[in-house]
Design a protein around this ligand. Sequence first.
Ligand code: FE
Ligand code: FE
Ligand code: ZN
Length: 278
Amino acid sequence: MILGCHLSLAEGYAAMGERIGELGGNTFQFFTKNPRGRTPNRPPDPEDVRGLAERMAGGEVILPVAHAPYTYNPCALKPEVREYTRDSMRAELTFLEALPGTLYNFHPGSHVGQGAEEGCRIVAAMLEQVLWPGMGTPVLLETMAGKGTEIGRDFGELARIIGQVDPALRENLGVTLDTCHIHDAGYDLSDFDGVLREFDAVIGLDRLRAVHLNDSLNERGAHKDRHAKIGEGHIGAEILRGIAHHPLLTGVPKILETPNDEEGYAREICMLKERKTQ
Ligand code: FE
Ligand code: FE
Ligand code: ZN
């Protein structure tokens, strides 16, 4: 099982690689920079990156996920926000070539009144500007709760984006399935096999490259996006443990983004690793 949690980049790349082992996990996620800020892009210290790359080469850390900041929006009305998003993603994907085996996850953004169809077209056009043939890092679109004008509120919108990207670049694209978000979007996780069948029919299961394992504070279909600790929300521990152990997802990293400190994450990792009882 590839399981871990969100970690802070504050102490650097090598430190995250070490910390996740101490917490009982073998993968993790980090924000490429302050998730709510507009900090400039600066490449990380190569020595520090090498420290993590060595743990990845040794198999201690598998498929870590770099999460783009929330301030990116490819569909923003302001051209400078669109440009900042495009330039930042390109810069981040360029430095991630130094960490082969890393995944890159981003929120498709909000269409802010332009309509989902136009939003999907704009996201696809931006992806064509930031992807390049032969790049090493898979770029994952995250499934969203459908809060406000968020794009990616159902599998169809993500398929629409991917389908509009040049086929030569499309092979670099995948999807992150966030359990809280799809529950809030209206998918019934008590029939997770059914959800996977739908994912396969609409997007293709080979594109499912990462899972965000979160409980949800809200009822199914609430379109809210408020994460809960495992077992303290409307999805429940049994369903989430079943997803963690799902045979079709063995090679997919599962990342906790629950409201926890590191100690809480360690407890959830331990609890989820336990074999399903019934
Ligand atoms: Fe996210
Ligand atoms: Fe998420
Ligand atoms: Zn969320």
